[in-house]
Design a binder for this molecule. Structure first.
Ligand code: THG
Length: 367
C-alpha cells in the first residue's frame, strides 16, 4: 500500500515522540488520530505481547466527557445496558445504539468524578451524537472532548510493571475495576482493562504534559521485563474475539447481531434509543450473528474489505477480519453469518481476493 500523508487532520498524540523513538513501522488512523499497529512485525509483536509486557499508545480511544447533574441519566438513554453498577471503582463495556437499534459505537464507560463520566470511544464520531441528544432534550450537562489519553499496559507481565511504577496496590484491581494511583504527585485513573486478552491495564492520562514522563518511567522500570512498545494486535484480537467497530460491525448491525446480547438489559428497552427494535429482534430472533471462522489453506491476504461468505453459491454472510495465526497454524477470522448457517461446524466458502477458500464456522474464539 502507498504511504499515508501526515497532516494536522491526522492528530499526533502525547506519546508520539516515544512511539517514534521505539521504531514505529505502521499506523492506522482511529478517531482522526494516529494508532500504532506495528513495531517489529505484526507476528513478532504478537509473540512478545503473549509472553512479556507492552506499552500501548491508545490515545485514539478518545473520551467523550459528559459532566453535570444529568450526566448518568443522559448516558443511560444512549445504551441498552443497565448502568446501575457504574461507580468510580467499576467501568463498563456499553453498546451505544441509534433509534433503529444500530450500533453507533462500543465504548468503555468510566466514572471520573461525582458527576463526570468518560465514554472511551471506538472509531466513530460519537461526540456529535451525544452533544446533539443532550442539547435537543434539555439535559443539564456539558459534553466535551477533554485532554485525556489512555495508555495501555498489556501482557502477562503487566502487573509486575505497573506495581513498579504505581505501587503494589494496583495488583488488587479486578477485571474492569478502576481506581486512582499516584505517580509524580498526580493521581492517575487506572482500570484493569484493554484491547487484548493477555491481561493488563489502561491509564487515563489527564493532561498531555503528563504523557512522556509516565512513558519514560514505564520503559525504565520495564527493562528487566523486556518491555516494548506495542499496539492492538490484529492476530491476538481475532483469536480473542475482540470486535473492531467499523470492521466487524457498523450502524447496520444491532448489539444482538454482534454477540453483545449480555450487555442488552430488558429493563432499558422501554426507554433507550433503539429499544423497540432490539425488543422485536429478541422476540423474532436475530437474522445474522458474529461468528469465529477458520479459513483453510495458506496465509490469507489483508482483509481491507468485506469478503462474501457462500453456501451452495448463495451469499450467507461476510468475513470482516482475517489473518494467519502462528499459534493455531490456521487462518483465524471474524464474520457475520446468517441464522441459517451460523451453527458451529458449517462448511462455507469465502471469496478472498486470492480466490475462493473453504471456511468453517467455529463454536467459539481461540482462547
Ligand atoms: N479500552 C478503552 N477504550 C476503548 C477500548 C478499550 N475504546 C475503543 C475500543 N477499545 C472499544 N471496544 C472495546 C471492545 C472490547 C472491549 C473493550 C472495548 C472488552 N471486551 C471484553 C471482552 O470482550 O471480553 C470484556 C467485556 C466485559 O465483559 O465487560 O474489553 O479497549 N478504554
Amino acid at each position: 500500500m502507498a504511504l499515508l500523508s501526515p497532516s494536522r487532520r491526522v492528530r499526533r498524540t502525547p506519546f508520539s515522540e516515544g512511539v517514534e523513538a521505539q521504531g514505529i513501522k505502521a499506523y492506522t488512523v482511529y478517531n482522526r488520530m494516529l494508532l500504532p499497529t506495528m513495531f517489529a512485525s505484526v507476528e513478532e509483536d504478537y509473540h512478545h505481547l503473549k509472553q512479556a509486557v507492552q506499552v500501548w499508545d491508545v490515545s485514539c480511544e478518545r473520551q467523550v466527557q459528559v459532566q453535570g447533574p444529568d450526566a448518568l441519566r443522559l448516558i443511560q438513554f444512549l445504551t441498552p445496558r443497565d448502568l446501575g453498577k457504574i461507580s468510580p471503582n467499576r467501568c463498563m463495556y456499553v453498546p451505544v445504539t441509534d433509534q433503529g437499534g444500530g450500533m453507533l459505537n462500543d465504548p468503555v464507560l468510566v466514572q471520573a468524578g461525582p458527576e463526570t463520566y468518560w465514554i472511551s470511544i471506538a472509531d466513530s464520531d460519537l461526540l456529535m451524537w451525544v452533544n446533539a441528544v443532550a442539547a435537543c432534550n434539555g439535559f443539564d450537562v456539558t459534553v466535551s472532548e477533554p485532554d485525556v489519553s489512555p495508555l495501555g499496559v498489556q501482557g502477562p507481565k503487566s502487573d509486575d510493571l505497573m506495581a513498579q511504577v504505581f505501587g503494589d496496590k494496583v495488583r488488587d484491581l479486578t477485571f474492569f475495576g478502576c481506581d486512582r494511583f499516584k505517580f509524580n504527585g498526580f493521581d492517575f485513573l487506572i482500570a484493569r482493562s484493554g484491547y487484548s486478552k493477555q491481561g493488563g491495564f489502561e491509564i487515563y492520562v489527564e493532561g498531555s504534559e503528563r504523557g512522556m514522563p509516565l512513558w519514560h518511567a514505564l520503559f525504565e522500570a520495564g527493562k528487566p521485563l523486556d518491555v516494548r512498545a506495542g499496539g492492538p494486535n490484529l492476530i491476538e484480537r481475532i483469536e480473542s474475539g475482540l470486535l473492531s467497530y467499523g470492521n466487524d460491525m457498523t450502524s447496520d448491525n444491532s448489539p444482538l447481531e454482534c454477540g453483545l446480547g449480555k450487555f442488552v438489559s430488558a429493563s432499558q428497552l422501554g426507554t433507550c434509543f433503539g429499544g423497540r427494535a432490539m425488543r422485536e429482534e429478541l422476540e423474532a430472533g436475530s437474522a445474522q450473528m458474529i461468528r469465529a471462522l477458520e479459513i483453510e489453506g495458506k496465509a490469507v491476504p489483508t482483509c481491507d474489505r468485506a469478503w462474501p461468505l457462500r453456501a451452495d453459491g448463495e451469499i450467507v454472510g461476510q468475513v470482516t477480519s482475517a489473518t494467519w495465526s502462528p499459534d493455531f497454524a490456521t487462518n483465524v477470522a471474524i464474520g457475520m453469518v446468517a441464522a441459517t448457517h451460523w451453527n458451529g461446524g458449517r462448511a462455507l466458502k469465502v471469496d478472498t481476493p486470492d480466490g475462493p477458500r473453504e471456511a468453517r464456522v467455529r463454536h467459539g474464539f481461540w482462547n
